[in-house]
Ligand binder design. Structure first.
Ligand code: FAD
Length: 401
């Protein structure tokens, strides 16, 4: 067993794991990341990151680099997927003025690559091809167990995603199948130049049991699309669900702008969408959950990676540096993050239901959204404001009056 040469073991080198490694190394701790893949990397396309995330990236000195790689859109526009009409929007210049930091869209691999480079520069020990199979408490810390033995740290941070091995120590829950599936596709911008697309906005078309998202990436050189729909075969309990024939059928009733974008989706892979019920304890001795291992959401609020980055910042602020009181830091982290993320998980489910209404409910939803004052931030203040370090700092979920 390796020991004493590092303070912290992080299991998983996704956005969550690297963020923890970076934040704690910057506090003077020696951190090792164990990633099961052969190489560090991210699969997928675009990612929306709200001001509660860009604020933290700024504190880590990464915001300029991230901004040079991403796009600062002008609006988030919500449209009806059936008739293409505008329902409401968020003015993102206004958002930046209100929260002090921008709302950005960025290629996942660019955000991950920036974190990886920053980890390397900070001196994080980055290890690939190590799959952690179990965890043990140990004197003065905990051990992440793998085929080659184990790695001891004063703390082991499990950032091992939706199917986390570490989560089994704390809960016997399983991922919850939403029966929805996502198709993605990021293409060079010239592939959409002749289509009726917004070049400077995030656009979300919401429709019956489906939605479609579009936004520019990489300073406008690329265009990102996400098509999400409920699979009838998933609901029927069939194993083979979410296939391209279901994609085509799901959007048959969509407006022309949506249907024009569908042929550009990647059709050789798709992402079945699972979340988990919230759990209110992420700490067992010196083993702690973070990111999707702790709180995998449905993606409707675009806060999954954002919450992972917030987790890292909050934990590192409570640890405060080498020689800090780990038990107190873990308790403080658990006290504030579990409740915030519980709210995000349950709100994301409700927000998705609203998006996917049909019939009279769809008409009601459209009326409510059209009637919304576009400068009303009651529903996003609790998300986009500064990340709370204590439960007392956590803003009310929705401001009234
Ligand atoms: P992961 O990205 O799952 O990383 C886990 C890492 O751990 C992986 O590298 C894996 O290989 C490694 N690992 C797993 N098991 C082991 C093991 N046993 N040993 C060693 N290593 C292991 N979020 C946003 O903030 N904004 C968005 O716009 C957004 N859009 C989304 C759109 C879609 C369609 C989906 C599906 C998700 C979206 N999300 C978004 C959510 C976001 O992608 C995730 O919440 C985020 O990537 C979670 O990061 P993580 O590091 O916690 O987990």
């Amino acid at each position: 067993m390796t020991s004493n040469d590092v303070d912290v073991i992080v299991v998983g080198g996704g956005i969550g794991g690297l963020s923890n490694a970076l934040a704690l190394t910057r506090k003077g701790l020696r951190v090792r990341v164990l990633e099961r893949a052969q190489e560090f990397g991210e699969v997928g396309a675009g990612l929306q990151i709200a001001p509660n995330c860009t604020r933290i990236l700024d504190r880590w000195g990464l915001l300029d680099e991230i901004t040079s790689l991403g796009v600062l859109p002008e609006n988030i526009v919500m449209k009806d997927a059936v008739d293409g009409s505008v329902l409401t929007r968020l003015d993102l210049h206004d958002v930046e003025r209100r929260y002090g930091f921008p709302y950005m869209v960025i290629h996942r691999s660019d955000l991950h690559g920036t974190l990886l480079r920053a980890c390397r520069e900070a001196g994080v020990d980055l290890v690939t091809d190590v799959a952690v199979t179990g965890y043990e408490q140990a004197p003065g810390g905990a051990v992440a167990v793998h085929d080659g033995g184990g790695e001891h740290g004063a703390v082991v941070i499990a950032a091992d995603g939706l199917h986390s091995v570490a989560r089994r120590i704390l809960s016997d829950d399983e991922p919850v199948n939403s029966a929805y599936v996502a198709y993605r596709g990021a293409v060079p911008f010239d592939r959409v130049a002749d289509l009726d697309v917004h070049t400077k906005d995030v656009v979300v078309y919401v429709g019956p049991r489906c939605h479609f998202v579009q936004y520019p990436l990489r300073q406008g050189e690329m265009f990102n699309q996400v098509a999400v729909f409920e699979s009838g075969r998933a609901l029927a309990g069939e194993a083979d669900w979410g296939t391209p024939d279901e994609l085509d059928a799901a959007f048959e009733g969509a407006c022309e702008q949506v249907r024009a974008g569908l042929p550009l989706m990647w059709r050789d892979r798709w992402w079945r969408m699972f979340d988990r019920d919230p759990i209110m304890n992420w700490v067992s001795g010196r083993i702690v959950l973070t990111g999707d291992a702790a709180h995998p959401p449905l993606q409707y609020l675009a806060q999954g990676a954002v919450m992972a980055i917030e987790d890292a910042w909050v934990l590192s602020e409570h640890v405060g540096g080498a020689g800090g009181d780990w038990d107190a830091a873990l308790a403080a982290y658990n006290a504030v993050r579990t409740e915030h993320c519980r709210r995000v998980l349950t709100t994301a489910r409700a927000w998705g239901e609203l998006w996917h209404h049909d019939g009279d409910k769809r008409l009601w939803r459209n009326g409510v959204l059209r009637g919304r004052d576009v400068h009303d931030y009651a529903y996003v203040d609790w998300l986009f404001g500064p990340t709370a370090l204590t439960p007392e700092q956590e803003p009310p979920m929705f401001r009234t009056g």
